[in-house]
Design a binder for this molecule. Structure first.
Ligand code: OAD
Length: 255
């Protein structure tokens, strides 16, 4: 927190106050302070401990469906036990200063919605939902307790295919409508806040550049530089659960 530059907090508040259409683009870092591990951090990231090829690809699932199902069941339980943190809550509060604010998230944990954000686009799906293997039948808010006596993964009650988490795995397409809407918003917003993402996973990682090229102001919030830091006009260096409440405090001073 000591590194946080008050002038940059003021400029962020000023830019939010001046913006009509705001996009908040988030990644795993915004949920880190809720106790949900990120993916790529060297010691604590999920991909430091688990192999994404075994756990987050169609081939990995077909090779060992039970292992993959159980890993997602474990993560479903984890996200349900966790609560939104002051970063999520501050993003909800920012809605009060924008004409239109949309959260575009790569996170699958529902914490933006649970915090109360109104417009949320989930680019990589949602871990609390499951669907049959061909995607025709979707089960919102899957209850692992109810299915725990059947052989895992359970089968779809409509088409008897294997059920799988409704998240986007490596090599899969993002939901078309969500992706198109995200690029439309990036290209038409006045301001994009890029919060807690390493900027490694395409096509989501191209949204800040699309916003910048279309003339938007771009601000990054992250304790570390990312792959997309260069697309931002400036960076607020720090944890989003500490930085974003400072920005909200600064905005409140102005009203
Ligand atoms: P990463 O794990 O790649 O990056 C997390 C980012 O959060 C890093 O830049 C950290 O510096 C930053 N960070 C850590 N703690 C933070 C905090 N308290 N406040 C703010 N930032 C913090 O996560 P993503 O960029 O979200 O995809 O990863 C993108 C995608 O890769 C994920 O959606 C997931 C993963 O594989 C799928 O599962 C499809």
């Amino acid at each position: 927190m000591s590194e946080l530059n008050p002038e940059l907090v003021e400029r962020t508040a000023q830019w939010i106050a001046e913006a009509g259409v705001v996009v908040v683009f988030t990644g795993a870092g915004v949920s880190a302070e809720s106790g949900i591990p990120t993916f790529r951090e060297a010691r604590s990231g999920l991909w430091a401990k688990y192999d994404p090829l075994r756990l987050a690809t169609v081939d990995g699932f077909l090779n060992d469906p039970r292992l993959v199902w159980e890993w997602y069941a474990y993560r479903r339980k984890l996200v349900r036990e966790k609560e939104p943190n002051p970063g999520h809550v501050s993003i909800v509060e920012l809605e009060g200063w924008a004409d239109e604010l949309t959260v575009i998230t790569q996170n699958v944990d529902s914490l933006h919605k649970r915090a109360g954000s109104t417009n949320v686009i989930e680019l990589h799906g949602n871990i609390t939902r499951v669907k049959c293997f061909n995607g025709a039948h979707v089960y919102p808010d899957w209850n692992d307790e109810a299915g725990k006596d059947v052989e895992l993964p359970p089968l779809c009650e409509h088409c008897a295919q294997l059920l799988r988490p409704d998240v986007v795995w490596f090599g899969e397409q993002l939901p078309t409508g969500a992706l198109e809407e995200s690029f439309r918003l990036a290209e038409s917003c006045d301001l994009m806040l890029v919060i807690g993402t390493s900027g490694n996973v395409q096509p989501a990682a191209s949204l800040p550049a699309a916003a910048r090229e279309a003339g938007a102001r771009v601000i990054e919030v992250n304790p570390e530089a990312s792959e997309i830091t260069h697309t931002a006009h400036f960076m607020l260096r720090g944890a989003s659960g500490e930085v974003l409440p400072e920005v909200v405090r600064e905005l409140r001073k102005r009203t």
